[in-house]
Design a protein around this ligand. Structure first.
Ligand code: TUI
Length: 318
């Protein structure tokens, strides 16, 4: 057992990323049933939708699961109340400071784990009562910060006393092991769960992820202050064009509104936002959530044993 597993009552320190429009009750329940922490993403959805998802998840699993609250959502205040009312055990947050909800969440016994892109924000979250932080590098898909996982994780580990979960660029046991070496107590995986059998996104989205290469993601909308990583397509080319022309922020933001829905639900991978991380190039097969988690744990063990042996041999040879 490790500190994050003890804290949350889960078997393996593997979180499923709270991907807006993607992460519903089905994938969250499958990940939790397999021993990880499944997470329902509230995204931009209204409170009633989230309430139904939480109830549907409870029907599929009695294990702990979480809810991710995207703080830019117009419904953030309402969904913040729903998680307390419905007895959710873990909340992760993204794209902002959850400070104003901390009191009601803590009163309800919720473990609060903000996703952070920098040391300063991690420290602020710890001070505000966070139980752990997910440290997300800019290899991740969706809304990102400036720093890579490799540089961010050890700096946050040194700066805070709460457990750190690493996210961004992790897709297999090697990345898992690397995250632990940097001082993380666990990992969060998004992109690889996009192609999980239980992930109910459009087939065209899954195909794009499976066909992606290492250089297929691009970051757009930097000028809006909300940079987003997604797979290169007609939409991202339009973004680049508009930003090059110095178009006003409204025009750029309008291009993005509803774009994720178009890709995830309607399967428009040309004009929709196909958000995915840089690790998409590594993901070549569809598996169940349980197979993904089992493979991650198996590979982690193999990688660590193998490297341990190599290092020991290297020292005793000289
Ligand atoms: O939130 C994410 N990834 C996302 S959210 C999303 S949906 C979206 N909708 C509209 C605009 C943009 C995105 C798609 N992907 N990851 C976690 C994350 N959080 N990344 C960066 C941050 C973050 C940024 C600033 C967290 C805190 C923060 O500031 C806190 C403060 O104190 O102001």
């Amino acid at each position: 057992m490790n500190s994050i597993c003890d804290m949350l009552g889960i078997k393996y320190p593997i979180f499923q990323g709270g991907m807006a429009w993607v992460a519903n009750h089905a994938i969250a329940a499958a990940v939790s049933e397999a021993g990880g922490l499944g997470i329902i993403a509230a995204g931009n959805a209204p409170a009633d939708w989230l309430r139904e998802q939480i109830r549907a998840c409870k029907k599929l699993t009695s294990k702990p699961f979480g809810v991710n609250i995207m703080l830019l959502s117009p419904y953030a205040d309402e969904v913040a109340k729903v998680v307390a009312e419905e007895g959710v055990k873990v909340v992760t947050t993204g794209a902002g400071n959850p400070g104003k909800y901390m009191e009601i969440w803590k009163e309800s016994g919720i473990k609060v784990i903000p996703v952070v892109p920098s040391v300063a924000i991690a420290k602020r979250m710890e001070k505000g009562g966070a139980d752990a932080v997910v440290v997300e590098g800019c290899e991740a898909g969706g809304h990102i910060g400036e720093l890579t996982t490799m540089v961010l994780v050890p700096q946050v580990v040194d700066a805070v006393s709460i457990p750190v979960i690493a996210a961004g660029g992790i897709g297999d046991g090697r990345g898992f092991a690397a995250a632990l070496m940097l001082g993380a107590k666990g990992i969060q995986i998004g992109t690889r769960f996009l192609v999980a059998e239980e992930c109910q996104i459009h087939e065209a989205y899954k195909e794009r992820v499976l066909k992606a290469t290492d250089i297929d993601t691009v970051v757009t909308a930097r000028s809006t202050g909300h940079p987003v990583r997604s797979l290169r397509n007609h939409l991202t080319r339009e973004y680049v064009q508009l930003e090059k022309q110095g178009a006003d922020l409204k025009a750029i933001e309008q291009l993005g509104s509803g774009a994720l829905y178009r890709a995830v639900v309607e399967g428009d991978v040309v004009k929709g936002a196909v958000m995915a991380g840089q690790i998409a190039g590594l993901i070549k097969k569809r598996q169940t959530a349980a197979e993904i988690i089992q493979e991650l744990m198996q590979e982690l063990q193999e990688v660590i044993e193998q490297k341990n042996k190599q290092v020991t041999e290297a020292f005793y040879q000289s």
